[in-house]
Design a protein around this ligand. Structure first.
Ligand code: NAD
Length: 358
């Protein structure tokens, strides 16, 4: 088994070093190979996703990705910006299913901006379609408005579109995932306004025929945004399109108190996946040794479960993370009165120590 290690920019290398240490401590046999990506790759070779990095990612069984981006690259042409690396990897590897669990750890209930009783025990999974929707639909661009009240004025436009196979495959992923959890799928759409999402709703309903053991409910995206802060525990698996998923998954991540705790996975139809923390490169704290490495360590656990067929090792990592939280160890982003503040490296070391006991 081969893992491509792509640390990236900002806090990426710091948090990745801890995840790699944890993987090495497991005594499993896999090869790890590191390559630059994002701004670091642009500095080294003039492109955020160099050929060699893409080749490594394509050959690997799984990719562990840190984070990319820095404000200093904001003036670069769009195709050279660090964030293009992640879009390129998704496209080249066909990573269409994005898993973003939002789990509220018992010890961190107080870190959420919601009342503890609303989030205690929260364990929901957002599945976002990643390769279609208005983010990639053609045509798009700027032009002179061809009609309407402002005909002739300068305008910009994008195209929202989904094909049947794209909706069917993400719906299947959601129903399969729900089967292993609470057996409920909420499909989020805007069928009352958008043709694309009426079609989405129709196709998800059809696919549901194959999963009679799973409950399906449909919800408009505006209501879903409201329900996520009103009664988040009513959800089990949410499935939605690229844009709604982008927004709702960030909203859900904040229910748990810290983005520094949340892993994510993006999978293709061969089970190959890219695993990364849900947060960005946090340039504001890069190099200070204070970033929370747990989202990356938990992403490595998801990688072991989904792409490397090592569920027991994944559970060990997750149990070790719970144990360090129970010991009261906290990085700055999740620190509260009465707990012990630790840095990035100390947190990684504590997880490794806890692994010995689980
Ligand atoms: P961010 O997630 O990097 O940071 C938001 C806030 O959360 C910051 O205050 C940061 O210090 C804090 N934070 C994030 N991760 C943390 C961690 N592990 N531990 C402690 N605190 C943490 O989002 P941003 O500031 O909007 O973006 C910064 C850069 O990251 C931008 O260039 C953006 O484009 C990029 N970005 C990359 C990805 C990715 O690589 N997939 C995702 C989102 C943003």
């Amino acid at each position: 088994m081969k893992i491509a290690i792509l640390p990236g920019d900002g806090i990426g290398p710091e948090i990745m070093a801890e995840a790699v240490k944890v993987l090495q401590a497991l005594d499993l046999r896999f090869e790890m190979e590191t390559a630059p990506v994002g701004g670091a790759a642009y500095e080294a070779s003039g492109h955020p996703l160099p050929e060699a990095t893409l080749r490594l990612a394509q050959q690997a069984d799984a990719i562990l990705f840190g984070a990319v981006g820095d404000w200093k690259y904001d003036k670069l042409e769009r195709h050279l910006r660090p964030e293009q690396a992640i879009l390129g990897l998704r496209k080249h590897l066909g990573l269409f299913a994005n898993f973003r669990p939002a789990i509220c750890y018992e010890q961190l209930v107080g870190a959420s901006s919601l009342k503890p009783e609303l989030v205690a025990g929260l364990d929901i999974l957002i599945i976002r379609e990643l390769t279609g929707d208005i983010y990639f639909g053609q045509p798009r661009g700027r032009r002179s408005a061809p009609d309407g009240a402002f005909a002739g004025a300068e305008e910009a436009f994008d195209t929202m579109r989904y094909t049947r196979p794209e909706i069917e495959r993400i719906a299947r992923v959601a129903f399969e995932a729900a089967r292993k959890r609470g057996k409920k799928v909420t499909s989020v759409d805007k069928a009352n306004v958008l043709e694309t999402f009426q079609f989405w709703k129709d196709v998800v309903t059809e696919v549901h025929q194959d999963y009679p053991d799973v409950t399906l409910e449909h919800m408009y995206v505006d209501n879903a945004a409201m329900q996520l802060v009103k009664a988040p525990k009513n959800f089990d698996v949410l499935v939605t399109g690229n844009m709604f998923g982008d927004i709702l998954s960030d909203e859900a991540s904040m229910l748990t108190g810290s983005i520094g705790m949340l892993p994510s996975a993006s999978l293709n139809d061969k089970g190959q996946g890219l695993y990364e923390p849900s947060h960005g490169s946090a340039p504001d704290i890069a190099g200070k040794g204070i970033a929370n490495p747990l989202a990356t360590i938990l992403s490595a656990a998801m990688m072991l479960r989904f792409s490397l067929a090592q569920p027991a090792a994944a559970e060990r990592i997750e149990a070790a993370v719970k144990q360090v939280l129970a010991q009261g160890l906290r990085t700055a982003d999740i620190w509260s009165e009465g707990t012990t503040r630790v840095g990035t490296r100390e947190m990684g070391d504590a997880v490794i120590k806890a692994l010995q006991g689980v």
